[in-house]
Each structure stands twice: as structure tokens, then as C-alpha cells.
Design a protein around this ligand. Structure first.
Ligand code: SAM
Ligand code: DTB
Ligand code: SF4
Length: 343
């Protein structure tokens, strides 16, 4: 029997997890991981920036904010046809989900029909769909759900307290409102954040507590390691201790044992050993493909080579827990018959 999911985590309990010796924390995370997931399967999603740069928001980490001079090449909304070509390429190289991101505060009425056409088109290719477009009204969320959107990514990014120091053009509660619209419309929730932005240990505790105490855990929890962007206020922030990053992954896994925890931005700066530790700590999803939104990602071939060295296989489509248990038990039954037939 798996432990029941909790939504009432207290700060002191999360602090106690962070205070565990590294090996004890990883053992606990890995043990829990195995109760809910195939420990050798990792979900792979490919990202595409469908509208790049000139964003009105002032997120201090972001290459796409119009408030900073980051030397980014801006691009208006891509044609639907171009997006579908990229989605087909992602599918051909082994991705099971296609995530489309736009540098908007919120989608405009003018752009919305094209966005809906992208969802329908990508879905028709047999891929899971994910979008991240900023704030959504209830009506827009319902229209996306009706078009067949599987996931919406909307990060809380950090603790409520630190949020106001990183972004001033919107607030934390507006983020929660959009997440509530997404959940109510029946779209799966992808929500996580960024670490390595100079946040305190209390901020990391608060960030993970907010996610874990949502009425329902997000199905997908991206943990981004800050990619330092020249021209942004965070360009020279101090480096995070790599073991602290692994601890954050492990604590996310323990608090939200049934969620996919995604090792997101920042993998290019990690070596293979560090990524292997993150998978051991419970990360079971990655962005796959040579580019994230505007920054680079490990080459797809290198990721497949790493999977092979670690005995990891890409998860085909989101396998529901019960389906996985059924696979396990039929496998166990077959193994039992093989063993008994031998006697
Ligand atoms: N504009 C939409 C929004 O902010 O909701 C969607 C796109 S935004 C780029 C998606 C997420 O990417 C952010 O919430 C943040 O967590 C992550 N991100 C952006 N820039 C990053 C960076 N330089 N390093 C790490 N993560 C980053
Ligand atoms: C998420 O949490 N990480 C992705 C996705 N959601 C949209 C974005 C990472 C962006 C990294 C910086 C860039 O490439 O611009
Ligand atoms: Fe805009 Fe999203 Fe970047 Fe913030 S994170 S500046 S909202 S693209």
C-alpha cells in the first residue's frame, strides 16, 4: 500500500527533511519514488518558443523580459504550420509531449484562435500537449480544455516572500488564480519554479510547501536551475551548491510522491553524474531537444546515450499509476509461472 498523499505540510517538517544526512534523504526519496513509479522510466518533453521576447513582465531571471537588454532576437507568434512541423520533428526524435511557450503577460483575443489551432494540430499528431502562455481568464482556460490541451505550465517560481523581489509586474495570488482555473477546467497542472536565484533556505521550504499544499498536487513539477542570462539582474548571482540542488529534487519527490518531478532548465551546466544523482533523488522527467525556449539544452543524442548508460528508458505516454501496477503484476505473474515451470 502506498502512503496517502498529504496537503498539510508544515515548515518544520520540510526543514527536517532538508536537514537529513544526504544519503538518508536520497534513500527516503528513492524508496518513495519506487512506490509510485517505474524507477527506470523518465518522461521526455520537447519545448518550443512560439512567441519570443519583448515580454511586458519583469521577471529578473528571464532572457525574454522587455525590461532588460539581453540581446535576444525577438520573434512574433509563429505560424501554426511551422509549430506543427516542429512538433512532428520532436515526435520523430522520441518526445511524448510537446510544450509551447509564449512570452506574454496573457494571451490576447487576436492570437487566441491560432493558439487553439496549435493545440488541436499537435494533439492530432499523437503527442501530449502543454502550453505556457501566462495568466489565463476562466473563459480562455475552458477554450483550451475544449481544444484538448493536456497540460498547462504556470510556475509559482519561488516562495511567496521572495516572489515580490523577483517579479514586480504581477503577484503570487494571480499565479494561484490561474492554476485554479486550469485545475477546474480539467487540464493537468504543471507548476514548479527556479532555484539558484539567491533565495534563502526558508524560501526553498516555502516554495515546496506552497506546491505540496495545493488542493491537488501538480501532475508535473519542473525544478529549474537558474540559467544566468547576461543583461538580467540575476546575471551574477552566487552559484548554488550542486548537492543542495539534489536535495531540493529529493524533497520535492517526498512531498509530492505521485507527481512527475522534472529536471528542467540548467541541465546543460550539469555533468552526467549530477544528472544521475537527480534521477536517483526522484527526478523522472526532462526537457529533451537541443533548445529550451531561448537557451540551449543537452543534445538529444547525448541524453539518449546517458539514458543507455544508466539503463533508463523514455516513458511512452503518461502511464497512469494503476496501469503501471497492472504491468508490474502481470510481469510478476509471468515470472512466477516461469519459475514454477522450471521445477
Ligand atoms: N511567460 C510564461 C510565464 O512566465 O508563465 C511562460 C514562459 S516562462 C519562460 C516559463 C518558466 O521558465 C518560468 O516560470 C521560469 O520558471 C522558467 N525560466 C525562465 N527563464 C529561466 C532561466 N533563465 N533559468 C531557469 N528557468 C527559467
Ligand atoms: C519550465 O518550468 N521550464 C521551461 C518551461 N517550464 C516552459 C522553460 C525553461 C526556460 C529556460 C530559459 C530559456 O530557455 O529561455
Ligand atoms: Fe515573460 Fe515568462 Fe519571461 Fe516572465 S518568465 S519575462 S512572464 S516570458
Amino acid at each position: 500500500m502506498s502512503a496517502p498523499l498529504r496537503h498539510d505540510w508544515q515548515n518544520h517538517e520540510i526543514e527536517a527533511l532538508f536537514a537529513l544526512p544526504f544519503n538518508d534523504l536520497l534513500f527516503q526519496a528513492q524508496s518513495l519514488h519506487r512506490q509510485y513509479f517505474d524507477p527506470n522510466a523518465v518522461q521526455v518533453s520537447t519545448l518550443l518558443s512560439i512567441k519570443t521576447g519583448a515580454c511586458p513582465e519583469d521577471c529578473k531571471y528571464c532572457s525574454q523580459s522587455g525590461h532588460y537588454n539581453t540581446e535576444l532576437k525577438k520573434e512574433k507568434l509563429l505560424e501554426v504550420e511551422k509549430v506543427l512541423q516542429e512538433a512532428q520533428r520532436a515526435k520523430d526524435s522520441g518526445a511524448s509531449r510537446f510544450c509551447m511557450g509564449a512570452a506574454w503577460k496573457h494571451p490576447s483575443q487576436k492570437d487566441f484562435p491560432a493558439v487553439l489551432a496549435m493545440v488541436k494540430g499537435v494533439r492530432a499528431l499523437g503527442l501530449e500537449t502543454c502550453m505556457t502562455l501566462g495568466q489565463l481568464s476562466r473563459e480562455q482556460t475552458e477554450a483550451l480544455a475544449a481544444a484538448g490541451l493536456d497540460y498547462y505550465n504556470h510556475n509559482i517560481d519561488t516562495s511567496r516572500e521572495y516572489y515580490a523581489k523577483i517579479i514586480t509586474t504581477r503577484n503570487f495570488d494571480e499565479r494561484l488564480d490561474t492554476l485554479d482555473h486550469v485545475r477546474t477546467a480539467g487540464i493537468k497542472v504543471c507548476s514548479g519554479g527556479i532555484v539558484g536565484m539567491g533565495e534563502s533556505q526558508n524560501d526553498r521550504v516555502g516554495f515546496l510547501r506552497e506546491l505540496a499544499n495545493l488542493p491537488q498536487h501538480p501532475e508535473s513539477v519542473p525544478i529549474n536551475h537558474l540559467v544566468k542570462i547576461k543583461g538580467t539582474p540575476l546575471q551574477d548571482v552566487a552559484d548554488l551548491d550542486p548537492f543542495d540542488f539534489v536535495r531540493i529534487v529529493a524533497v520535492a519527490r517526498i512531498l509530492m510522491p505521485k507527481s512527475h518531478v522534472r529536471l528542467s532548465a540548467g541541465r546543460e551546466q550539469m555533468n552526467d553524474q549530477m544528472q544521475a544523482l537527480c534521477f536517483f533523488a526522484g527526478a523522472n522527467s526532462i526537457f529533451y531537444g537541443d533548445k529550451l525556449l531561448t537557451t540551449s539544452n543537452p543534445l538529444a543524442n547525448d541524453d539518449m546515450a546517458l539514458f543507455k548508460r544508466l539503463g533508463i528508458h523514455p516513458e511512452s505516454r503518461t502511464v497512469h499509476e494503476e496501469d503501471f501496477r497492472r504491468q508490474i503484476s502481470s510481469h510478476d505473474v509471468a515470472a512466477y509461472y516461469d519459475a514454477t515451470a522450471a521445477h
